[in-house]
Design a protein. Structure first.
Length: 86
């Protein structure tokens, strides 16, 4: 995505990287407490579903925006089972 950086005031092409949600470690602990060794099957799926997509400036490496890959749909009339694409 091409946009001006608010930190270095240069129009750049952002690069995208995926980061782990900050609460993933806590949720992983709860999964292991509740499900035991079955958590080894559940956690990789939960890890993929809870990643955040972060746009960074390619020049100064500051975070310009973040998009969560999970959550409620933007349109209230949309089906709940619909996953948001990242």
């Amino acid at each position: 995505m091409r946009k001006p950086c608010k930190f270095c005031s240069v129009e750049i092409v952002t690069y995208v990287e995926k980061e782990v949600h900050p609460l993933f470690g806590l949720s992983a602990l709860f999964v292991f407490i509740i499900f035991g060794f079955l958590g080894f099957i559940i956690l990789p799926i939960a890890y993929l579903l809870t990643q955040n997509v972060v746009h960074r400036c390619s020049r100064c490496l500051q975070k310009l925006g973040e998009k969560s890959c999970y959550g409620l749909p933007d349109d209230p009339s949309a089906p709940v089972s619909l996953f948001k694409s990242c």
